[in-house]
Design a protein around this ligand. Structure first.
Ligand code: SF4
Length: 337
């Protein structure tokens, strides 16, 4: 465990934090000076705590800007495993921090807001998977990484949207597969791999906000733009044929780097556009919907990152008996990809 901060630094740090907003979310910095002060404070606290800050692609821009690494859930899991920092401040949602905690039992994993969950992950339970196994004793259960540790503990393989096709293609062809919890990603994987996949009916509310009519009008307005779609999108089943590329968030980042075009319509949570615009200032990016925001991801804020480092909260732990079983599908995925 890291040493406690000297009391004087602790008090200075706490005094510098703006008050939380009335909606339970920390107040969003309104001016660049405030953002700069918070960023400097976090940098100082980070050094004191020997901490690293990992941020998901959907985090607000100011968090992405100060993070040591920004990426998708697979990239963040790999970074968590590789770091020699003593503390990981995980700016993402709870299941991601759980994965980091399981991969790094010797490190302290903090999440800035304990309420930053995932609506999609909440749509499947361990009991439901056990019931499916009773009906399909030879079946394999594959979970999207967007699941709780308790659910992963019931599964055979884990996938991300980056490696789902690769993992499923590695499985025996004669086995029934249950894919949980995302219906749209599961539909995409089923179409790509031609495997016998039973689909769970879960969905991500942020990606469900991406409606076909919005995308059609954007394509009309920007005929030169390539249309990049995330496989979690609710419009996927109806508009897969319109997408130039169906890609994970990391896949989008890499694709834009090599794409000949200069304009892109991006169908995923809007946080990714901050990273794309920072990396490729000479390209134009259009959000498929400005309403595609994850309210869980947006619970984290600069203030809460600073507060997490001051008070060393909220520590994410996974019960060892659950962690041992939940790590198996994750390690199998990492071994394949
Ligand atoms: Fe979960 Fe959707 Fe938010 Fe991702 S964007 S964390 S899938 S609710």
């Amino acid at each position: 465990m890291p040493h406690a901060l000297p009391r004087v630094i602790d008090e200075i740090a706490v005094a510098a934090l703006p008050a939380a907003g009335s909606n339970g979310h920390a107040a969003v910095p309104r001016d660049p000076t405030q953002t700069r002060r918070l960023t400097e404070l976090i940098a100082r606290l980070k050094t004191e705590r020997r901490a690293v800050i990992l941020a998901h692609n959907y985090q607000e821009g100011s968090i992405q800007d100060l993070a040591d690494f920004t990426g998708d859930s697979l990239g963040l899991a790999r970074q968590a495993k590789a770091t020699d920092a003593e503390v990981i401040v995980f700016c993402g949602v709870h299941f991601m921090a759980e994965t980091a905690a399981m991969l790094c039992p010797d490190k302290t994993v903090l999440i800035p807001d304990l309420q930053a969950g995932c609506s999609l992950a909440d749509m499947v339970t361990p009991e439901a998977i056990r019931a499916w196994r009773v009906a399909h004793p030879d079946g394999l259960v594959v979970c999207y990484v967007n699941t709780s540790a308790a659910v992963k503990a019931e599964c055979d393989y884990c996938v991300t949207s980056t490696n789902g096709v690769q993992v499923l293609q590695s499985l025996p062809e004669d086995r029934d597969i249950l894919f949980v919890p995302d219906f749209y990603l599961g539909s995409y994987l089923k179409a790509k791999t031609k495997r016998k996949i039973h689909l769970w009916r879960g969905y991500c509310p942020a990606h469900a906000a991406l409606l076909p009519e919005l995308i059609e009008s954007l394509m009309d307005a920007h005929p030169e733009a390539e249309f990049l779609m995330h496989p979690e999108c609710g419009c996927l089943t109806k508009q897969m044929h319109l997408a130039d590329r169906i890609l994970s968030t990391e896949g989008m980042v890499q694709y834009v780097n090599r794409a000949p075009g200069r304009e892109f319509i991006v169908a995923t949570e809007v946080g990714l556009l901050h990273r794309l615009r920072a990396l490729y200032p000479d390209r134009r990016f259009y959000a498929a919907s400005e309403h595609a925001r994850c309210h869980h991801m947006n619970r984290n804020s600069l203030e809460k990152v600073a507060q997490a480092l001051v008070s060393m909260e909220h520590v994410v732990r996974v019960e060892p008996a659950i962690a041992e079983r939940a790590l198996r599908p994750i390690e199998r995925m990492l071994a394949i990809t």
